[in-house]
Design a protein around this ligand. Structure first.
Ligand code: IPM
Ligand code: MG
Length: 355
């Protein structure tokens, strides 16, 4: 089992170090190789996704990824910005299926900004299409407008597009995931306005014919954003495009108490995967040793489950995380009166001890 370790920038290095310790505490043998990515790789090699890093990632069974980005790179040309590393990995590895489970642990019900009764027992799964949509659609760029409201003015444009096979394969992923859960899929679109998402809705409906045992509901994205904070437990599996999924998954993270708790898995058709916390590099708290490593540790559990076929080890890690929460240990993002404030490293050590 070969794992590429790509810590990246900001808190990425701190949280990935803890996840690596947790993996090391299992009675399993891994080949782990670390490489630079994002701003760190730009500093060292002049590119956020150097050829050697991409090669390592492609040759591994799984990639454990931290986070990339820092405001200091915002002025670089877009192809050199840290975010291009994660977008490049998704594209080159074909990681079209992104799983972002939002589970509210009983001990963290009070850490959410929502009323406890709304989120207690919450367990939803957001499946975000990850290699298409306006994120990757061509053409894009800047030009002088020849039509529109201001012909002759400077303008910028991106292209929202989805092909039928792209929608079909993510719809299959969603229906199959729902079969292992509560058999309900909510497909989120903007079919009332966008051609792309009318097509999305039509194709998802067509694929649904193969899954009569799964309930399918369609919801406009603006309504979905509202329902997520109004009655989140009504969802089971949510499937949506790249752009809407980016936004809704951040929103959903707050239902769990903190984005510091939200793991993710991004898979291609060969079950090769990239595993990363759903949060970013948080440059404002980097180097302080206060970031929550649990999203990354839980991402490592997803890696064991989906790419390395080690279900038992995955469950052991998840149980260990549950245990440290029961013990009352909290990093700053989930800390509240009556619990014990711990550092990034202390949280990691506690998970290792619980294992
Ligand atoms: C995410 C992030 C990325 C995205 C950024 C860092 C490019 O926000 O994984 O959700 O927009 O997909
Ligand atoms: Mg995002």
């Amino acid at each position: 089992m070969k794992i590429a370790i790509l810590p990246g920038d900001g808190i990425g290095t701190e949280i990935v170090a803890q996840a690596v310790n947790v993996l090391g505490a299992l009675d399993l043998r891994f080949e782990m190789e670390t490489a630079l990515v994002g701003g760190a790789a730009y500093e060292a090699h002049g590119h956020p996704l150097p050829e050697s890093t991409l090669k390592l990632a492609m040759s591994a069974d799984a990639v454990l990824f931290g986070a990339v980005g820092d405001w200091k790179y915002d002025k670089l040309d877009r192809p050199l910005r840290p975010e291009q590393a994660i977008l490049g990995l998704r594209k080159h590895m074909g990681l079209f299926a992104n799983f972002r489970p939002a589970i509210c642990y009983e001990q963290l019900v009070g850490a959410s900004s929502l009323k406890p009764e709304l989120i207690s027992g919450l367990d939803i799964l957001i499946i975000r299409e990850l290699t298409g949509d306006i994120y990757f659609g061509q053409p894009r760029g800047r030009r002088i407008a020849t039509d529109g409201h201001f012909p002759g003015a400077e303008e910028a444009f991106d292209t929202m597009r989805y092909s039928k096979p792209e929608i079909e394969r993510i719809a299959h992923v969603a229906f199959q995931a729902a079969r292992k859960r509560n058999r309900k899929v909510t497909s989120v679109d903007k079919a009332n306005v966008l051609e792309t998402f009318q097509f999305w809705k039509d194709v998802v409906t067509e694929v649904h014919a193969q899954y009569p045992d799964v309930e399918l509901e369609h919801m406009y994205v603006d309504n979905a954003a509202m329902q997520l904070v109004r009655a989140p437990k009504k969802f089971d599996v949510v499937v949506t495009g790249n752009m809407f999924g980016d936004i809704l998954s951040d929103e959903a993270s707050m239902l769990t108490g903190s984005i510091g708790m939200l793991p993710s898995a991004s898979l291609n058709s060969k079950n090769q995967g990239l595993y990363e916390p759903s949060h970013g590099s948080a440059p404002d708290i980097a180097g302080k040793g206060i970031a929550n490593p649990l999203a990354t540790i839980l991402s490592a559990a997803m890696m064991l489950r989906f790419s390395l076929n080690q279900e038992e080890a995955a469950q052991r890690i998840e149980a260990a995380v549950q245990r440290v929460l029961v013990q009352g240990l909290r990093t700053a993002d989930i800390h509240s009166a009556g619990t014990t404030l711990v550092s990034t490293a202390e949280m990691g050590q506690a998970v290792v001890a619980a294992l």
